[in-house]
Design a protein around this ligand. Structure first.
Ligand code: DP6
Length: 332
């Protein structure tokens, strides 16, 4: 038998406006609280999966280099799950191309596992709708559950006493949002991060006293955020997002020892965002597990905010708008 035709999937990163930080179940990747994000139209990941019945092990290539260590381990574990569900045994050849800088808080694991979930499910003939795909992507990386869908997306945490806890935690699109928002990403660093988000969130949950308050705040923030999206209220969306992100970073920094992704350069950008607001420009900051700052604003303001950020930081700046959900692609 020969190697099968590849299944090729494309997925985009997403940036959370109400963050996911902390798991109530590590193995099933179940979060403590719901989160809400916007899928972007930049930095897609393209993943091809083909089955090789003659191979004794999975072969994973990422951006042209053979994957090893943690990346390989997480990919193989994910493929094992797909094989188990599909009742198949063939090993896979996986070829992934990221256009997002890996590990810099620009969510490469979200686009990565959303694309891998779709390509692998297709290659192994695993049936299921997009909700099933979101649940599957979640097992690879929590935030990947959201990249299955485009636009604004909410990831339901699910309930701890559900009969099958794996089943009721998935993402779905926010269909009643009426807001044209953009994210202006100021790329301060694009190298790998010093501590993985997986490890950092585990450590925050275990050792940071303010984490519980932040989590309670997330639950309320999500309700208000959905209302603000419905009402097209950019200011409220921006305020909630900035408060939520800075609260998450404050909780991490209260961990023992502290987890610190913010750098002096990030703080300087946060200052520039505040200065913009003082001038009456609607701009709010959000940050993930890395030093880069993303400026949330109305779509119509993105161009001039990007120009300002370029001028004051000298750093590369990327304007991202609302992007599509994960999709299959015919191979070139
Ligand atoms: C700060 O989804 O990368 O970006 O589930 O352990 O793979 P794992 O974590 P991951 O964490 C993302 C954290 C965040 C916030 C968010 O995207 O909601």
């Amino acid at each position: 038998m020969t190697v099968s035709e590849p299944a090729v999937a494309v997925a985009h990163p997403n940036i959370a406006l109400v963050k996911y930080w902390g798991k109530r179940d590590e193995d099933l990747v179940l979060p403590f609280a719901d989160s809400l994000s916007m899928t972007l139209d930049v930095f897609p990941t393209t993943t091809a999966v083909r089955l090789d019945p003659a191979a004794g092990a999975d072969h994973v290539v990422m951006d042209g280099a053979v994957a090893r260590g943690e990346v390989l381990h997480r990919t193989v574990r994910f493929l094992e799950l797909v094989r188990e569900r599909a009742g198949r045994r063939e090993r896979a050849v996986v070829d992934t191309r990221n256009t997002v800088p890996v590990g810099a808080g620009l969510a490469s694991s979200a686009s990565g596992f959303a694309a891998l979930a779709l390509a692998a499910a297709h290659a192994y003939g695993l049936p299921g709708d997009s909700r099933a795909l979101s649940r599957l992507a979640r097992r690879g990386s929590g935030s990947a559950a959201r990249s299955v869908f485009g636009g604004f997306v909410v990831w339901q945490a699910g309930t701890p006493d559900a009969p099958d806890p794996d089943q009721d935690s998935y993402a779905e699109p926010v269909t009643d949002a009426r807001l044209d928002a953009a994210l202006v990403a100021v790329v301060l660093e694009s190298g790998p991060k010093p501590v993985s988000s997986r490890e950092a969130m585990r450590h925050t949950v275990a050792t940071a006293a303010p984490y519980r308050d932040w989590l309670a705040d997330c639950r309320a923030a999500l309700v208000r955020m959905r209302e603000a999206l419905r009402g097209g209220d950019m200011t409220t969306v921006g305020e909630i997002a900035e408060h939520n992100a800075l609260g998450m970073h404050a909780a991490m920094e209260a961990a023992r020892p502290a987890v610190r992704y913010r750098t002096a350069a990030s703080d300087a950008v946060l200052g520039h965002v505040r200065a913009l607001r003082e001038e009456g420009v609607g701009a709010w900051a959000t940050m993930d597990a890395g030093p880069n700052v993303k400026v949330l604003c109305a779509g119509a303001d993105a161009g001039r905010i990007a120009d300002r950020m370029r001028a004051v930081t000298g750093a590369p700046v990327v304007v991202a708008r609302s992007g599509p959900g994960a999709g299959l692609r015919a191979e070139d």
